[in-house]
Design a protein around this ligand. Structure first.
Ligand code: VGL
Ligand code: ZN
Length: 208
C-alpha cells in the first residue's frame, strides 16, 4: 500500500501567513497532482494546531523575539511567531489544497509545553500522535513525504517515519516542499538521505 503524507500545507506557512515560508504556496498544485495521479492508496495530511499560549511562541517568553533561541520545558527551542493557532484562518489548510481527497488528518502541537515538528510524535518523543498506528493499520509499505517546511516539520516527519515504521520505504518529494532557511534545507536533505530516505521529484512519481 502506497501512502502520501502532506505536511502542514496551511495558510500560516504560505505567503501572507504568520510563519510564511518563501514560495510555500507553490507546493499546492504539485501536491494536488500527486493526490490525483500519484497512485496512492492512502492520503494523509498533518496540521500544526497550537493553542494560543503555545510555549514555542516568542510571545510567551518575555524579552524574546521571533526566531531567537530560547527554552521550552528545559530544552532549546526556536522562538516562533504566533502561528497556526487553533480555529484561526492561519491554521486552515491552503484553500486550493484538495483536502476532500485526504483520508486522515493528523493535528499536532496541541501541548503548550512541547513543540511537535514531526507528524508522528512530540519533539521530546514522549507522546505519539496516531499517525504511525493509522499507517500500520492500513498496511502501508511506501510513504512519500512532502510539504512545509522542509527543514522542520517535513524533515522530522520523514526521519520519524524511518524510525517508527520499520520496513516502510520512505521518500521525500523535493518539488512538493519548501523550507525556511536555504542552508537548513540543504542540511535537511543530507540528513534525510543519510537516514535512508530517498529524494525524488514529483515527475518521477507521476511517470510511474
Ligand atoms: C513548523 C516551525 C514551527 C513546520 C511548524 O511546519 O515546519 N515549523 N511549527
Ligand atoms: Zn508550529
Amino acid at each position: 500500500m502506497k501512502a502520501l503524507l502532506l505536511v502542514d500545507i496551511q495558510n500560516g506557512f504560505c505567503p501572507g501567513g504568520n510563519l510564511a515560508v518563501a514560495h510555500g504556496d507553490e507546493v499546492v498544485p504539485v501536491a494536488n497532482r500527486l493526490i490525483a495521479d500519484g497512485g496512492y492508496d492512502v492520503i494523509t495530511a498533518s496540521q500544526d494546531w497550537h493553542p494560543a499560549n503555545h510555549g514555542s511562541f516568542a510571545s510567551q517568553h518575555p524579552g524574546k523575539k521571533p526566531f531567537d533561541m530560547g527554552e521550552l520545558s528545559g530544552q532549546p527551542q526556536v522562538m516562533w511567531p504566533d502561528h497556526c493557532v487553533q480555529g484561526t484562518p492561519d491554521a486552515e489548510f491552503h484553500p486550493d489544497l484538495d483536502i476532500d481527497a485526504v483520508d486522515y488528518i493528523q493535528q499536532k502541537g496541541e501541548n503548550p509545553a512541547v513543540d511537535s515538528y514531526s507528524a508522528f510524535r512530540d519533539n521530546d518523543h514522549a507522546a505519539l500522535t496516531g499517525l504511525a498506528g493509522y499507517l500500520r493499520a492500513q498496511q502501508v509499505t511506501e510513504l512519500d513525504v512532502c510539504g512545509l517546511a522542509t527543514d522542520y516539520c517535513v524533515k522530522f516527519s520523514a526521519l520519524d517515519a524511518v524510525d517508527m515504521l520499520p520496513g516502510v520505504k520512505v521518500r521525500f518529494v523535493e518539488d512538493a516542499s519548501r523550507g525556511i532557511d536555504p542552508e537548513g534545507i540543504k542540511a535537511a536533505i543530507a540528513e534525510m538521505r543519510a537516514k535512508g530516505v530517498e529524494i525524488v521529484k514529483s515527475a518521477d512519481i507521476l511517470a510511474d
